[in-house]
Write a protein that binds this ligand. Structure first.
Ligand code: ZN
Length: 414
Protein backbone atom coordinates (compact mmCIF):
# COMPACT_ATOMS: atom_id res chain seq x y z
CA UNK A 1 0.00 0.00 0.00
CA UNK A 2 1.06 3.52 -0.79
CA UNK A 3 1.24 5.50 2.47
CA UNK A 4 -1.36 8.25 2.68
CA UNK A 5 0.68 10.16 5.27
CA UNK A 6 3.74 10.15 2.99
CA UNK A 7 1.71 11.44 0.05
CA UNK A 8 0.22 14.29 2.10
CA UNK A 9 3.56 15.22 3.65
CA UNK A 10 5.38 15.15 0.33
CA UNK A 11 2.69 17.15 -1.49
CA UNK A 12 2.55 19.84 1.19
CA UNK A 13 6.33 20.04 1.18
CA UNK A 14 6.19 20.89 -2.55
CA UNK A 15 3.22 23.26 -2.69
CA UNK A 16 4.53 25.45 0.13
CA UNK A 17 7.51 26.36 -2.07
CA UNK A 18 6.52 29.18 -4.46
CA UNK A 19 7.41 28.27 -8.07
CA UNK A 20 5.22 30.62 -10.11
CA UNK A 21 6.50 31.01 -13.68
CA UNK A 22 6.59 34.31 -15.60
CA UNK A 23 5.73 34.66 -19.33
CA UNK A 24 7.52 38.04 -19.57
CA UNK A 25 10.89 36.54 -18.62
CA UNK A 26 13.32 35.23 -21.23
CA UNK A 27 15.40 33.06 -18.92
CA UNK A 28 14.94 29.34 -18.20
CA UNK A 29 13.62 28.76 -15.65
CA UNK A 30 11.59 31.94 -16.10
CA UNK A 31 11.79 32.68 -12.36
CA UNK A 32 14.79 32.04 -10.10
CA UNK A 33 12.54 30.76 -7.32
CA UNK A 34 11.80 27.61 -9.35
CA UNK A 35 15.35 26.53 -8.42
CA UNK A 36 14.24 26.26 -4.77
CA UNK A 37 12.04 23.28 -5.54
CA UNK A 38 14.16 21.95 -8.43
CA UNK A 39 17.23 21.56 -6.19
CA UNK A 40 15.16 19.96 -3.46
CA UNK A 41 13.67 17.46 -5.95
CA UNK A 42 17.07 16.48 -7.29
CA UNK A 43 18.28 15.84 -3.72
CA UNK A 44 15.16 13.87 -2.90
CA UNK A 45 15.50 11.65 -5.98
CA UNK A 46 19.04 10.82 -4.86
CA UNK A 47 17.89 10.21 -1.30
CA UNK A 48 15.22 7.67 -2.29
CA UNK A 49 17.82 5.77 -4.32
CA UNK A 50 17.32 6.84 -7.95
CA UNK A 51 20.32 6.54 -10.31
CA UNK A 52 21.87 9.10 -12.72
CA UNK A 53 20.10 12.03 -11.07
CA UNK A 54 20.92 15.18 -13.05
CA UNK A 55 19.79 18.78 -13.03
CA UNK A 56 20.89 20.88 -16.00
CA UNK A 57 21.57 24.62 -16.34
CA UNK A 58 17.88 25.23 -17.16
CA UNK A 59 16.63 23.27 -14.10
CA UNK A 60 15.42 20.23 -16.05
CA UNK A 61 15.70 17.21 -13.76
CA UNK A 62 16.18 13.65 -14.99
CA UNK A 63 16.71 10.38 -13.14
CA UNK A 64 16.69 6.65 -13.79
CA UNK A 65 15.27 3.66 -11.98
CA UNK A 66 17.21 0.68 -13.39
CA UNK A 67 15.40 -2.40 -14.59
CA UNK A 68 15.09 -5.32 -12.16
CA UNK A 69 14.39 -7.97 -14.80
CA UNK A 70 16.95 -9.79 -16.93
CA UNK A 71 15.07 -9.64 -20.24
CA UNK A 72 14.91 -6.64 -22.56
CA UNK A 73 11.95 -4.32 -21.99
CA UNK A 74 10.95 -0.93 -23.37
CA UNK A 75 12.23 2.09 -21.42
CA UNK A 76 9.34 4.26 -20.26
CA UNK A 77 9.25 7.71 -18.71
CA UNK A 78 7.05 9.75 -16.36
CA UNK A 79 7.07 13.55 -16.60
CA UNK A 80 5.61 16.38 -14.52
CA UNK A 81 6.21 20.13 -14.18
CA UNK A 82 7.11 21.93 -10.98
CA UNK A 83 6.15 25.51 -11.92
CA UNK A 84 2.70 26.93 -11.11
CA UNK A 85 0.48 29.17 -13.21
CA UNK A 86 1.04 32.93 -13.28
CA UNK A 87 -2.77 33.30 -13.53
CA UNK A 88 -3.05 33.40 -9.74
CA UNK A 89 -0.62 33.89 -6.88
CA UNK A 90 1.37 30.88 -5.67
CA UNK A 91 3.14 32.64 -2.79
CA UNK A 92 2.47 31.71 0.85
CA UNK A 93 0.25 28.74 0.07
CA UNK A 94 -1.45 27.53 3.23
CA UNK A 95 -3.02 24.16 2.41
CA UNK A 96 -6.08 22.97 4.34
CA UNK A 97 -6.65 19.26 4.94
CA UNK A 98 -10.26 18.12 5.12
CA UNK A 99 -10.55 14.58 6.44
CA UNK A 100 -13.64 12.54 5.56
CA UNK A 101 -15.22 15.24 3.43
CA UNK A 102 -18.92 15.42 4.36
CA UNK A 103 -20.18 16.46 0.91
CA UNK A 104 -21.16 19.97 2.02
CA UNK A 105 -19.81 23.50 1.46
CA UNK A 106 -16.17 23.99 2.44
CA UNK A 107 -15.37 27.39 3.94
CA UNK A 108 -11.97 28.23 2.50
CA UNK A 109 -11.80 31.66 4.04
CA UNK A 110 -14.22 32.83 6.65
CA UNK A 111 -13.08 36.47 6.72
CA UNK A 112 -13.52 36.87 2.96
CA UNK A 113 -16.49 34.49 2.69
CA UNK A 114 -14.79 32.28 0.09
CA UNK A 115 -16.62 28.97 -0.19
CA UNK A 116 -15.86 25.85 -2.19
CA UNK A 117 -19.35 24.51 -2.83
CA UNK A 118 -20.50 21.26 -4.49
CA UNK A 119 -23.56 23.20 -5.73
CA UNK A 120 -21.21 25.05 -8.08
CA UNK A 121 -18.31 22.57 -8.40
CA UNK A 122 -20.35 19.37 -8.89
CA UNK A 123 -17.28 17.13 -9.16
CA UNK A 124 -16.92 17.47 -5.39
CA UNK A 125 -19.85 15.08 -4.90
CA UNK A 126 -17.82 12.09 -6.02
CA UNK A 127 -15.25 12.66 -3.25
CA UNK A 128 -17.57 12.41 -0.26
CA UNK A 129 -15.81 10.53 2.53
CA UNK A 130 -12.34 11.19 1.09
CA UNK A 131 -9.50 13.44 2.27
CA UNK A 132 -9.32 16.71 0.34
CA UNK A 133 -6.51 19.24 0.25
CA UNK A 134 -7.70 22.78 -0.53
CA UNK A 135 -6.31 26.31 -0.42
CA UNK A 136 -7.12 28.90 2.25
CA UNK A 137 -8.91 30.91 -0.43
CA UNK A 138 -6.09 33.41 -1.05
CA UNK A 139 -3.79 31.49 -3.44
CA UNK A 140 -3.89 28.64 -5.94
CA UNK A 141 -2.94 25.21 -4.58
CA UNK A 142 -0.38 24.01 -7.11
CA UNK A 143 -1.79 20.48 -7.45
CA UNK A 144 -1.14 21.37 -11.11
CA UNK A 145 1.35 19.86 -11.23
CA UNK A 146 2.87 19.15 -7.84
CA UNK A 147 0.36 16.32 -7.48
CA UNK A 148 2.04 14.79 -10.55
CA UNK A 149 5.51 15.25 -9.00
CA UNK A 150 4.32 13.75 -5.70
CA UNK A 151 2.92 10.71 -7.50
CA UNK A 152 6.02 10.07 -9.59
CA UNK A 153 8.44 10.39 -6.64
CA UNK A 154 6.17 8.25 -4.44
CA UNK A 155 5.85 5.56 -7.12
CA UNK A 156 9.63 5.42 -7.61
CA UNK A 157 10.15 5.16 -3.86
CA UNK A 158 7.56 2.38 -3.67
CA UNK A 159 9.15 0.41 -6.51
CA UNK A 160 12.60 0.78 -4.91
CA UNK A 161 11.24 -0.51 -1.58
CA UNK A 162 9.33 -3.36 -3.24
CA UNK A 163 11.78 -5.16 -5.52
CA UNK A 164 9.28 -8.00 -5.84
CA UNK A 165 7.40 -5.76 -8.31
CA UNK A 166 9.10 -6.34 -11.66
CA UNK A 167 9.75 -3.41 -14.00
CA UNK A 168 12.00 -2.34 -16.86
CA UNK A 169 14.11 0.82 -16.93
CA UNK A 170 12.10 3.86 -15.87
CA UNK A 171 13.03 7.47 -16.54
CA UNK A 172 11.74 10.42 -14.56
CA UNK A 173 11.68 13.99 -15.88
CA UNK A 174 10.66 17.18 -14.06
CA UNK A 175 10.41 20.44 -16.01
CA UNK A 176 10.13 24.17 -15.31
CA UNK A 177 7.87 26.64 -17.17
CA UNK A 178 5.13 24.35 -18.49
CA UNK A 179 2.49 26.91 -17.56
CA UNK A 180 3.98 29.48 -19.92
CA UNK A 181 4.15 26.94 -22.77
CA UNK A 182 7.89 26.29 -22.57
CA UNK A 183 8.12 23.10 -20.53
CA UNK A 184 9.10 20.97 -23.51
CA UNK A 185 11.30 23.57 -25.23
CA UNK A 186 14.60 22.67 -23.61
CA UNK A 187 13.70 19.07 -22.78
CA UNK A 188 16.52 16.87 -24.07
CA UNK A 189 14.59 13.90 -25.49
CA UNK A 190 17.77 12.11 -26.53
CA UNK A 191 19.33 12.36 -23.08
CA UNK A 192 16.05 11.23 -21.49
CA UNK A 193 16.32 8.05 -23.55
CA UNK A 194 12.81 6.63 -23.15
CA UNK A 195 10.84 4.83 -25.86
CA UNK A 196 7.74 6.66 -24.71
CA UNK A 197 6.53 8.57 -21.65
CA UNK A 198 3.45 9.83 -19.83
CA UNK A 199 2.89 13.29 -18.43
CA UNK A 200 1.15 13.07 -15.03
CA UNK A 201 -0.65 16.36 -15.55
CA UNK A 202 -4.35 15.65 -16.12
CA UNK A 203 -7.20 16.52 -13.81
CA UNK A 204 -9.78 14.12 -12.36
CA UNK A 205 -9.21 10.45 -11.60
CA UNK A 206 -9.40 8.29 -14.73
CA UNK A 207 -8.40 10.92 -17.28
CA UNK A 208 -6.26 9.59 -20.11
CA UNK A 209 -5.60 11.88 -23.05
CA UNK A 210 -3.80 11.50 -26.34
CA UNK A 211 -5.59 14.05 -28.53
CA UNK A 212 -5.19 17.80 -28.27
CA UNK A 213 -5.74 20.83 -30.47
CA UNK A 214 -3.68 21.89 -33.44
CA UNK A 215 -2.91 25.47 -32.53
CA UNK A 216 -1.84 28.67 -34.24
CA UNK A 217 -1.76 32.37 -33.41
CA UNK A 218 -2.60 35.11 -35.91
CA UNK A 219 -1.80 38.82 -35.82
CA UNK A 220 -3.88 40.93 -38.21
CA UNK A 221 -2.73 44.50 -38.86
CA UNK A 222 -5.00 47.03 -40.58
CA UNK A 223 -3.65 50.34 -41.81
CA UNK A 224 -5.72 53.53 -41.98
CA UNK A 225 -5.18 57.17 -42.90
CA UNK A 226 -5.67 59.96 -40.40
CA UNK A 227 -6.89 63.31 -41.74
CA UNK A 228 -8.50 66.23 -39.87
CA UNK A 229 -12.10 65.04 -39.39
CA UNK A 230 -13.45 68.33 -40.73
CA UNK A 231 -11.70 67.88 -44.07
CA UNK A 232 -11.72 64.06 -44.27
CA UNK A 233 -14.25 63.39 -47.00
CA UNK A 234 -12.83 60.90 -49.49
CA UNK A 235 -9.46 60.93 -47.70
CA UNK A 236 -9.71 59.38 -44.25
CA UNK A 237 -9.50 55.60 -43.90
CA UNK A 238 -10.53 54.42 -40.45
CA UNK A 239 -8.70 51.14 -39.75
CA UNK A 240 -11.15 50.26 -36.95
CA UNK A 241 -14.07 49.98 -39.40
CA UNK A 242 -12.07 47.70 -41.70
CA UNK A 243 -11.12 45.60 -38.67
CA UNK A 244 -14.81 45.30 -37.91
CA UNK A 245 -15.44 43.99 -41.44
CA UNK A 246 -12.72 41.39 -40.95
CA UNK A 247 -14.12 40.29 -37.59
CA UNK A 248 -17.69 40.06 -38.90
CA UNK A 249 -16.62 37.96 -41.89
CA UNK A 250 -15.54 35.09 -39.63
CA UNK A 251 -18.31 32.75 -38.45
CA UNK A 252 -19.63 34.13 -35.17
CA UNK A 253 -20.55 30.70 -33.81
CA UNK A 254 -17.12 29.15 -34.38
CA UNK A 255 -15.82 30.72 -31.20
CA UNK A 256 -14.86 29.23 -27.81
CA UNK A 257 -18.18 30.16 -26.21
CA UNK A 258 -20.16 28.23 -28.87
CA UNK A 259 -18.03 25.09 -29.28
CA UNK A 260 -17.18 21.88 -27.41
CA UNK A 261 -15.67 18.38 -27.84
CA UNK A 262 -14.06 18.15 -31.28
CA UNK A 263 -15.34 21.51 -32.59
CA UNK A 264 -12.64 23.98 -33.52
CA UNK A 265 -12.74 27.77 -33.32
CA UNK A 266 -11.33 31.21 -34.11
CA UNK A 267 -10.81 33.19 -30.92
CA UNK A 268 -10.37 36.96 -31.07
CA UNK A 269 -8.30 37.54 -27.94
CA UNK A 270 -7.45 41.24 -28.32
CA UNK A 271 -8.23 44.40 -30.30
CA UNK A 272 -6.02 47.48 -30.15
CA UNK A 273 -7.21 50.22 -32.44
CA UNK A 274 -6.85 53.84 -33.53
CA UNK A 275 -7.77 55.45 -36.86
CA UNK A 276 -4.28 54.88 -38.25
CA UNK A 277 -3.78 51.28 -37.17
CA UNK A 278 -5.76 48.45 -35.62
CA UNK A 279 -4.16 45.19 -34.49
CA UNK A 280 -6.24 42.05 -33.91
CA UNK A 281 -4.85 39.01 -32.10
CA UNK A 282 -6.45 35.64 -32.77
CA UNK A 283 -5.85 32.08 -31.74
CA UNK A 284 -6.96 29.27 -34.06
CA UNK A 285 -7.73 25.82 -32.69
CA UNK A 286 -8.90 22.54 -34.28
CA UNK A 287 -8.36 18.84 -33.54
CA UNK A 288 -8.58 17.96 -37.24
CA UNK A 289 -5.46 18.96 -39.15
CA UNK A 290 -7.36 19.51 -42.43
CA UNK A 291 -9.87 21.79 -40.72
CA UNK A 292 -7.04 23.56 -38.95
CA UNK A 293 -5.32 24.33 -42.26
CA UNK A 294 -8.67 25.40 -43.74
CA UNK A 295 -9.21 27.87 -40.88
CA UNK A 296 -5.85 29.46 -41.54
CA UNK A 297 -6.69 29.65 -45.27
CA UNK A 298 -10.03 31.35 -44.51
CA UNK A 299 -8.23 34.13 -42.66
CA UNK A 300 -5.57 34.51 -45.34
CA UNK A 301 -8.15 34.65 -48.14
CA UNK A 302 -10.15 37.22 -46.24
CA UNK A 303 -7.15 39.55 -46.12
CA UNK A 304 -6.63 39.10 -49.89
CA UNK A 305 -10.28 39.92 -50.57
CA UNK A 306 -10.25 43.02 -48.39
CA UNK A 307 -7.05 44.27 -50.05
CA UNK A 308 -8.65 43.77 -53.49
CA UNK A 309 -11.80 45.51 -52.37
CA UNK A 310 -9.88 48.55 -51.08
CA UNK A 311 -7.41 48.53 -53.97
CA UNK A 312 -4.24 48.63 -51.80
CA UNK A 313 -2.56 46.62 -49.04
CA UNK A 314 -4.75 47.86 -46.25
CA UNK A 315 -4.51 44.64 -44.25
CA UNK A 316 -1.80 42.07 -43.49
CA UNK A 317 -1.79 38.85 -41.54
CA UNK A 318 0.91 36.80 -39.86
CA UNK A 319 0.02 33.27 -38.74
CA UNK A 320 2.34 31.18 -36.58
CA UNK A 321 1.80 27.52 -35.70
CA UNK A 322 2.04 26.92 -31.95
CA UNK A 323 1.60 23.15 -31.42
CA UNK A 324 -0.01 20.15 -33.09
CA UNK A 325 -2.38 17.35 -32.17
CA UNK A 326 -0.32 14.51 -30.68
CA UNK A 327 -2.85 11.98 -31.98
CA UNK A 328 -0.92 11.66 -35.23
CA UNK A 329 2.18 10.60 -33.26
CA UNK A 330 0.32 8.38 -30.79
CA UNK A 331 -1.88 6.38 -33.15
CA UNK A 332 1.06 4.46 -34.68
CA UNK A 333 2.05 3.40 -31.12
CA UNK A 334 -1.43 3.03 -29.71
CA UNK A 335 -0.32 0.24 -27.34
CA UNK A 336 1.13 2.93 -25.07
CA UNK A 337 -2.40 4.23 -24.46
CA UNK A 338 -3.72 0.68 -24.14
CA UNK A 339 -1.17 -0.06 -21.40
CA UNK A 340 -2.30 2.98 -19.38
CA UNK A 341 -5.93 2.00 -19.88
CA UNK A 342 -5.21 -1.58 -18.81
CA UNK A 343 -3.36 -0.33 -15.71
CA UNK A 344 -6.38 1.74 -14.68
CA UNK A 345 -8.79 -1.14 -15.24
CA UNK A 346 -6.69 -3.48 -13.13
CA UNK A 347 -6.89 -0.88 -10.35
CA UNK A 348 -10.68 -0.51 -10.77
CA UNK A 349 -10.39 3.03 -12.12
CA UNK A 350 -12.74 3.85 -14.95
CA UNK A 351 -10.67 5.35 -17.78
CA UNK A 352 -12.01 8.66 -19.11
CA UNK A 353 -10.51 9.04 -22.59
CA UNK A 354 -11.33 12.37 -24.17
CA UNK A 355 -9.75 14.99 -26.42
CA UNK A 356 -8.03 17.90 -24.66
CA UNK A 357 -9.31 21.35 -25.65
CA UNK A 358 -5.84 22.75 -25.23
CA UNK A 359 -2.29 21.49 -25.39
CA UNK A 360 0.11 19.68 -23.09
CA UNK A 361 3.85 19.41 -22.92
CA UNK A 362 3.26 15.89 -24.16
CA UNK A 363 2.11 17.17 -27.54
CA UNK A 364 5.39 19.03 -28.09
CA UNK A 365 7.39 16.08 -26.76
CA UNK A 366 5.50 13.73 -29.09
CA UNK A 367 6.63 15.86 -32.04
CA UNK A 368 10.18 15.85 -30.67
CA UNK A 369 10.16 12.05 -30.91
CA UNK A 370 8.91 11.07 -27.45
CA UNK A 371 5.29 9.88 -27.74
CA UNK A 372 3.67 11.16 -24.57
CA UNK A 373 -0.01 10.77 -23.58
CA UNK A 374 -1.33 12.51 -20.47
CA UNK A 375 -2.65 10.81 -17.33
CA UNK A 376 -4.70 12.26 -14.46
CA UNK A 377 -2.86 13.73 -11.48
CA UNK A 378 -6.11 14.13 -9.52
CA UNK A 379 -6.58 17.88 -8.98
CA UNK A 380 -9.55 20.07 -9.91
CA UNK A 381 -10.15 23.79 -10.66
CA UNK A 382 -6.56 24.51 -11.68
CA UNK A 383 -5.04 28.00 -11.72
CA UNK A 384 -7.22 29.55 -9.04
CA UNK A 385 -8.31 29.76 -5.41
CA UNK A 386 -10.83 26.89 -5.73
CA UNK A 387 -8.17 24.36 -6.70
CA UNK A 388 -8.27 21.15 -4.65
CA UNK A 389 -7.06 17.57 -4.81
CA UNK A 390 -8.43 14.40 -3.20
CA UNK A 391 -5.57 12.45 -1.56
CA UNK A 392 -7.19 9.17 -2.67
CA UNK A 393 -6.81 10.27 -6.32
CA UNK A 394 -3.10 10.96 -5.78
CA UNK A 395 -2.71 7.48 -4.28
CA UNK A 396 -4.51 5.96 -7.28
CA UNK A 397 -2.30 7.87 -9.72
CA UNK A 398 0.76 6.59 -7.85
CA UNK A 399 -0.57 3.05 -8.22
CA UNK A 400 -1.22 3.63 -11.93
CA UNK A 401 2.46 4.53 -12.41
CA UNK A 402 3.59 1.35 -10.63
CA UNK A 403 1.09 -0.73 -12.59
CA UNK A 404 2.17 0.69 -15.96
CA UNK A 405 5.77 -0.16 -15.05
CA UNK A 406 4.74 -3.70 -14.16
CA UNK A 407 2.66 -4.28 -17.30
CA UNK A 408 5.39 -2.87 -19.57
CA UNK A 409 8.00 -5.22 -18.11
CA UNK A 410 5.94 -8.18 -19.31
CA UNK A 411 5.90 -6.72 -22.80
CA UNK A 412 9.09 -8.11 -24.30
CA UNK A 413 8.98 -6.79 -27.84
CA UNK A 414 10.26 -3.29 -28.21
ZN1 ZN B 1 -0.13 21.28 -15.50
Amino acid sequence: MISKENIIKRFIGYVTIDTESDPTSNTTPSTAKQWDLANKLAEELKAIGMSDVSIDENAYIMATLPSNVSHKTPTIGFIAHFDTSPDFTGANINPQIIEQYNGKDIVLNEAENIILSPDYFEDLHQYKGQTLITTDGTTLLGADDKAGITEIVSAMEYLINHPEIKHGTIKVGFTPDEEIGRGAHKFDVEKFGADWAYTMDGSQIGELEYENFNAAGAVVKIKGKIVHPGYAKGKMINSMYIAQEFINSLPRIETPEHTEDYQGFFHLSSIKGEVEETVLQYIIRDHDFGHFEARKAVMENLTIELNEQYGWDVISIEIKDQYFNMREKIEPVMHIVDIAEEAMKQLHIEPIIKPIRGGTDGSQLSYKGLPCPNIFAGGHNFHGRYEYVPVESMIKATEVICKIAEITSKNQNK
